[in-house]
Every structure is written in C-alpha cells, then in structure tokens.
Design a protein around this ligand. Structure first.
Ligand SMILES: NC(=O)c1ccc[n+]([C@@H]2O[C@H](COP(=O)([O-])OP(=O)(O)OC[C@H]3O[C@@H](n4cnc5c(N)ncnc54)[C@H](OP(=O)(O)O)[C@@H]3O)[C@@H](O)[C@H]2O)c1
Length: 241
C-alpha cells in the first residue's frame, strides 16, 4: 500500500537516501533548507512536493506540516531526520548551542510528531520514525549536548510508543553509528582522524545511508507492526564498546 510520507532533512545524506528508497513505492514529501537541491530531488524521485525553510525559525515546522499534509492529502508516516552534530567539550558549549541543538534535534521532532499523531490517531494507522544516534544510546565524550538531544528522542519514542499503541501507530528510533555525510566530514576534519575513528568501530567500516533507508522501509511496513517504542542501533557494533 502506498503511504504518504513526510521526511525532514532530505536534501542530502541519510534523509536523501531515505527519500530515494521510499519514493519508489510510496508518496513522499521532502523538506530541507536548500531550495535548489529540493527542487532537483523532487523532480528526480517524483516527490509530491517540498518545503524549504529553516526549522529553527518562526513557525516553519507548522507551515511544513500543513503544506505536506495538504500536498499528500494527509500524513501516514513522519520521518524526523533533520539534525545537527556538535563536537563540544561541556565547558565550551555555549547557551546558543544548547538552545539551537535541543530545538532542532528534539523540540522540532516532538512538535512534528504531535501534529502527525493527531492525524494518525484519527485514521488509526501511523508510523513515526526518528533518526537518533548511537551517541544518544551510549553517550559520546565531547558530544554531551548532541548525546543529550538524541537520548531525548529515545525517551520520547518509548513514551509515544506506549501512548499511541492502541491507535495502530508505531514509534521507533534508528540510532546510526558513523555514516559518511557532510555532518561527519565536518566533525572528522575539525576534530578527529578518520583512521582512528574506523579503528574504534568493531566492523571497521562506516554505515551506508542506504542501510538506514532500508531499515526505515521495513519499519514502516505492515510486517513491522509489532515493533514499537524501540531504538534500534545500526552502528557496525559501535554500541558494544
Ligand atoms: N552522519 C552520521 O554519522 C550520523 C550518525 C548518527 C546520527 N545521524 C543523524 O542523522 C540525521 C541526518 O544526518 P546526516 O549525516 O545525513 O546530515 P547532513 O548530511 O548534514 O544532512 C542534514 C540534513 O538536515 C537538514 N537541516 C539541518 N539543519 C536544518 C535546519 N535548521 N532546518 C531545516 N533543515 C535542516 C539539512 O538541510 P540543508 O542541506 O538544506 O541545509 C540536511 O538535509 C541527523 O539527525 C543526524 O544527527 C547522523
């Protein structure tokens, strides 16, 4: 069955891969900040529309949801993927960083999930997928703010999984390990050495965005209806220590 899917952070990286994967069998609506990239991707994957805007500003999250819902005729699947990483020792983390990261990585997913849950409860079917991080599941030194924002998603997932279960709605979080995207390029070039990072990963490899896209496709399928409130570590063994 074709589902109506809203994906944030779809211009590149993991979100783009999810949009490409899901657009072959579903109706997708994509969001990000880079209008040109969204326009091109929309044509390329035959998406049902896009919204460009900074989710940190004004009521853009509301405008996004309203546009997606009216373009798709409703939202069956909400994929909260847009996010930002920050490598920052705790004493150097600024109040602006705290406000920005918690807003983008936790508050906006919460608010979009609330709007989506309202529609999903009425139709008694829905899927909410959050893209968390292994840093939220096990903690990452010098990334306490990022880890806290992603751990918040895991708590939200458990609570909403319970709250929405009786309405046929499942809520899950995927926690990727290191994936090579613009987000990690920045972190690696600023602070970490790529080989040292690979040495720490039990499988000695980065996760591919397509692996996350395929797990997302499974989690929104009817076969996965029994999986809810879970956070699934897709991390090449990183969570094992
Ligand atoms: N890469 C990893 O190793 C890794 C590991 C674990 C978890 N994750 C999580 O996976 C998700 C995607 O990461 P990625 O690696 O694919 O990152 P990415 O390549 O940097 O892509 C980030 C996406 O989020 C959008 N975005 C960022 N800030 C935004 C804002 N203020 N308003 C609206 N959209 C915004 C970007 O849009 P524009 O391009 O239009 O600006 C882009 O589409 C994030 O939540 C991240 O925390 C990543």
């Amino acid at each position: 069955m074709k589902r109506r899917i809203l994906i944030t952070g779809a211009t590149k990286g993991i979100g783009r891969s999810i949009a490409e994967e899901l657009s072959s069998s579903h109706r997708v609506f994509i969001a990000g900040r880079d209008e040109k990239k969204l326009e091109e991707l929309c044509k390329q994957i035959n998406a049902h529309g896009f919204f460009s805007g900074n989710l940190l500003l004004d009521d853009n999250y509301k405008k996004l949801f309203e546009k997606a819902s009216s373009s798709l005729g409703g939202v069956d699947v909400m994929i909260n993927n847009a996010g930002e990483y920050i490598w920052s020792p705790v004493e150097k983390t600024s109040n602006d960083d705290i406000e920005r990261l918690l807003k983008l990585n936790l508050e906006i997913p919460y608010k979009l999930s609330a709007l989506a849950a309202k529609e999903m409860k009425a139709q008694r079917w829905g899927r909410i997928i959050n893209i968390g991080s292994i840093s939220g599941a096990v903690g990452e030194a010098n990334a306490s703010l990022y880890s806290a924002s992603k751990a918040g998603l895991i708590g939200m997932t458990k609570a909403l999984g319970l709250e929405l279960a009786e309405y046929g709605i499942t809520v899950n979080t995927i926690n990727p390990g290191w994936v090579k995207t613009d987000l990690t390029e920045q972190a690696l070039s600023d602070n970490l050495n790529e080989q040292e990072e690979l040495d720490c990963i039990p499988q000695h490899r980065f996760i591919k965005p397509e692996e996350i896209a395929k797990l997302t496709a499974y989690l929104i399928s009817d076969d996965a209806k029994g999986i809810t409130g879970q956070s699934l570590n897709l991390c090449a063994g990183l969570s094992l220590g």
